[in-house]
Design a protein around this ligand. Structure first.
Ligand code: SF4
Length: 355
């Protein structure tokens, strides 16, 4: 009987679900009041994109661990654009947290009608993060996302003015919380109360907050390579997060795999106008030169760049009798394929190409 009730209950709230403890708790606190919660997990190439390939399995995990229905929402297209110029700027690294939250809330609001939801939930806690969770920033986020009054933050709700679902009696304000600040103790205690034991450690997941990767992405957006800000694609971002990166003379973008898995991934990401090189007879990296066929048209430049890329393939490949000896390198450019004889590039030459 209980089960039947649960299934026939109308969906009443959409929860923004990062997968972190606060978002789990926020959704569960509302679900505990008998409200059906649809958790939305947003993904982009900068965070959690891999889940798209295993959505069913992930949904199953979330139901089993937290008793929540989760759905993935891919924000890639808008997100690549957002990073070009976020209105509220960046955090410590290349993380546009305020605009990111606004974008997620806007999308969630758009989906309310489809899901029959009457309000939105987030796991934000006042004062927990220096930039994006100050009280004035929380106000700004809900204003710019145009969801003032529709947004309930169950973990800090008692420190805020009652939202519409509280005023209308959909949610019992007395059973919400007044957590604030950076401490995690109240959240951990609440998790224990709700029987939640297996949850991820705070932070992690978003490469835009990782100092090294964020720098790599920022420089890419700033035009490090011969690829315009306006031409950036999802596959470019996936390439950017892989392997060893080089900026060759002339601004060409080269990526070398560091292991078999990365080599396979590079071959998958290779597009019609990319160059692909590797040594068939010696273990070593696969090299992908992005848009080589479009950007390199002169024979002289083609020869120089080809020599550099093939030389790096040898330099990062296995030595023969203790040396990086000349070898055969396979080269593919569109439909054209050939074998080249190449020599190693010396360390002094390529050091300045390393990104
Ligand atoms: S850390 Fe990343 S995912 Fe989280 S709000 Fe900031 S930009 Fe968005």
């Amino acid at each position: 009987m209980m089960q039947e009730n649960k299934v026939t209950q109308a969906i009443q709230a959409i929860g923004l679900f990062s997968g972190g403890l606060d978002s789990i708790l926020a959704c569960r606190v509302i679900a505990e009041q008998g409200i059906r919660v649809r958790a939305l997990k947003f993904v982009t190439p900068f965070f959690d994109h891999d889940l798209l390939a295993r959505e069913k399995e992930y949904q199953q995990e979330v139901v089993e661990k937290y008793g929540l229905d989760v759905e993935l929402v891919d924000l890639t297209a808008g997100y690549i654009e957002l990073l070009r110029n976020p209105s509220h700027g960046f955090g410590k690294n290349f993380n546009p947290c305020i605009d990111c939250k606004i974008m997620m809330l806007r999308k969630a609001k758009e989906l309310m009608e489809e899901y029959g939801a009457s309000f939105l939930i987030t796991g934000e806690v006042i004062g927990q993060r220096p930039m994006s969770q100050r009280r004035d920033t929380l106000n700004l986020i809900e204003r710019d996302a145009d969801c003032r009054d529709l947004l309930l933050r169950p973990l800090s709700a008692q420190l805020m003015n009652p939202s519409l679902p509280e005023r209308e009696g959909l949610v019992d304000r007395e059973r919400l919380y007044k957590f604030s600040g950076r401490g995690r103790k109240p959240q951990i205690a609440l998790a224990r109360e709700l029987g939640i034991t297996d949850f991820p450690a705070p932070a992690g997941g978003c490469v835009l907050t990782d100092p090294n990767l964020a720098t790599r992405i920022r420089r890419f957006y700033e035009g490090l390579y011969l690829i315009g800000k306006d031409e950036i694609t999802t596959a470019d971002i996936q390439l950017l997060l892989l392997g060893r990166q080089f900026r060759l003379p002339g601004g060409h973008w080269l990526v070398l795999g560091r292991n078999e898995q990365e080599n396979d991934r590079l071959a998958e990401l290779c597009e019609q106008d990319d160059w692909l090189l590797y040594m068939p007879e010696r273990p070593g990296p696969t090299a992908l030169l992005r848009r080589g066929s479009t950007l390199i048209t002169g024979l002289e430049e083609e020869g120089e760049i080809l020599g550099a890329v093939a030389g790096l393939v040898i330099r990062y490949g296995r030595k023969v009798k203790g040396e990086f000896s000349p070898g055969e390198v396979f080269f593919q450019k569109g439909e054209e394929q050939k074998m080249l004889r190449a020599e190693v590039v010396s360390d002094e030459v390529f050091q300045e190409w390393i990104v």
